[in-house]
Design a protein around this ligand. Structure first.
Ligand code: HEC
Length: 171
């Protein structure tokens, strides 16, 4: 892949940054909620608050690693599904739960919820993590790339520490 082919979708995605109404055409009628766009300082703060090892994540490397996902995934709020589903809000969401995206049976009927650990295993080897899924991606073999892309996704997809907070035990 040439550098230009990588840079163009990157710029597009940056420009969209969750605020382009044209990309929301297939999203469910959006509630009038402003897109959550973080400043660089807020991103740095969120990164620092992540549990280890993600607090040591390199967001620039994560962005670079995510270039391998961009041909199939958007991450901005209200972004369209492409070959793969939009990933905004993926942390804390049940696998295969994005409305209107045509998941494989394996993914649709999966019962787990995405967290950093699940995503790490998924990205290490999508095929063995969930047999029968339709993400034709060989995986990210490098553990540092996985750490960084997960940190990047946490910062860019609306994750907040509460998203993954365990449900308090019923009293
Ligand atoms: C060639 C296209 C393609 C590439 C490249 C790709 N994906 Fe996917 N991804 C898919 C498809 C298709 C699915 C849906 C799988 C299914 O339904 O079985 C998916 C599903 C997912 C899901 C589950 C989403 C949900 O709603 O449960 C996550 C998370 C994900 N991909 C992350 C990534 C990341 C991170 C990368 C890059 C490191 C990546 N993908 C690269 C096509 C792709």
């Amino acid at each position: 892949m040439t550098r230009i082919a990588v840079a163009a979708p990157l710029l597009l995605a940056l420009a969209a940054c969750g605020q382009d109404p044209n990309t929301a055409s297939d999203a469910p009628a959006a509630p009038a909620k402003p897109a959550r766009v973080l400043s660089d300082a807020e991103k740095a703060g969120l990164l620092a608050s992540l549990p280890a090892p993600y607090n040591a994540g390199d967001l620039d490397n994560g962005r670079r690693a995510f270039a391998r996902c961009r041909s199939c995934h958007t991450i901005g709020e209200g972004g369209p599904d492409m070959a793969g589903p939009n990933l905004y809000g993926v942390f804390g969401r049940k696998a295969g739960d994005r409305p209107r995206y045509n998941y494989s049976n394996a993914m649709r009927t999966a019962t787990f919820t995405w967290d950093a650990e699940k995503l790490d295993h998924w990205l290490q080897n999508p095929r063995t993590f969930l047999p029968g899924n339709k993400m034709t991606f060989p995986g990210l073999p490098d553990a540092t790339d996985r750490r960084d892309v997960i940190a990047f996704l946490k910062v860019e997809t609306g994750y907040t520490p509460e998203t993954e907070a365990p449900t308090p035990p019923a009293s």
